[in-house]
Design a protein around this ligand. Structure first.
Ligand SMILES: *Cc1c(COP(=O)(O)O)cnc(C)c1O
Length: 233
């Protein structure tokens, strides 16, 4: 992140690090916390909620981001436990999150997830519908719309990665021009954070480059169950 921001003459402080801790146990998060990390991202709602409970002693200092798909029946858990949701792509989920956000907590901070390579990646609102969704989300009382998140399909080289990210940056600029007070552009993961920073990302979401490789595909869910406190097989 230091090198990437320097190489495009950006202030290092303008890019935050979200440590993506899915599949890794709470002990790994404690190590990251001890090293100064305060923002963590989880994909699977129940796994995330279990870790939030395991790290309850640090709750006031940690910012928890839900970065995976939220199903209707998980909305309440998300609204009750997380600080941020970066994966809003339909109004129905946003309405539920707003309705179920407990009154004693601050508004849930949210980003719209945008599907930049239309069709390939299933999650995310189509760029053409993003403005309409933003208007609806911004009107909800218990959500604070902060920005956009995207996960483009993996691209082989820096220029292709950067070009995909720039589509989101343009949409972000367009929304700000429309009057939305957005400050968060959540772009970039382990494999493409340099290109994301070059394209204007303000938050990179990094997992494997910090914790090491995760088990592939569905295995992550099983590991997630173990991390969530179930007995290992
Ligand atoms: C897993 C994940 C990441 C982190 O991916 P790495 O390649 O391990 O850095 C970032 N964002 C989302 C939405 C993820 O699901």
């Amino acid at each position: 992140m230091d090198a990437a921001s320097k190489s495009v003459s950006r202030n290092r402080e303008s890019v935050r690090l979200l440590v993506v801790s899915k599949t890794f146990p709470a002990t790994a998060l404690r190590e990251a916390y001890a090293a100064g990390q305060r923002a963590f991202g989880e994909n699977y709602v129940q796994e995330g909620v279990a870790k939030i409970a395991e790290l309850a002693d640090l709750r006031a200092e940690i910012e928890w981001h839900c970065i995976g798909p939220v199903q209707s029946n998980k909305a309440r858990l998300v609204a009750e436990h997380f600080d941020w949701v970066q994966s809003i792509d339909r109004i129905k989920i946003a309405e539920r999150l707003s309705a179920q956000r407990p009154a004693h907590l601050p508004a849930l901070q949210v980003c719209l997830q945008v599907n930049v390579d239309a069709g390939v990646n299933k999650s995310g609102v189509a760029p053409k519908q993003a403005l309409e969704l933003a208007r609806a989300v911004a009107a909800l009382p218990r959500l604070a719309l902060r920005g956009l998140m995207a996960i483009p399909e993996p691209a082989p080289d820096f220029d292709t990665q950067r070009a995909l990210f720039l589509r989101v940056t343009e949409l972000f600029a367009q929304m700000r021009a429309e009057g939305f007070a957005l400050d968060t552009l959540s772009l970039g993961m382990s494999a493409d954070l340099e290109a994301a920073i070059a394209a204007g990302s303000t938050m990179v979401r990094v997992g494997s480059a910090i914790f090491g490789a995760r088990p592939p595909g569905g295995a992550a869910f099983q590991t997630a169950g173990k991390a969530a406190g179930k007995a290992p097989a």
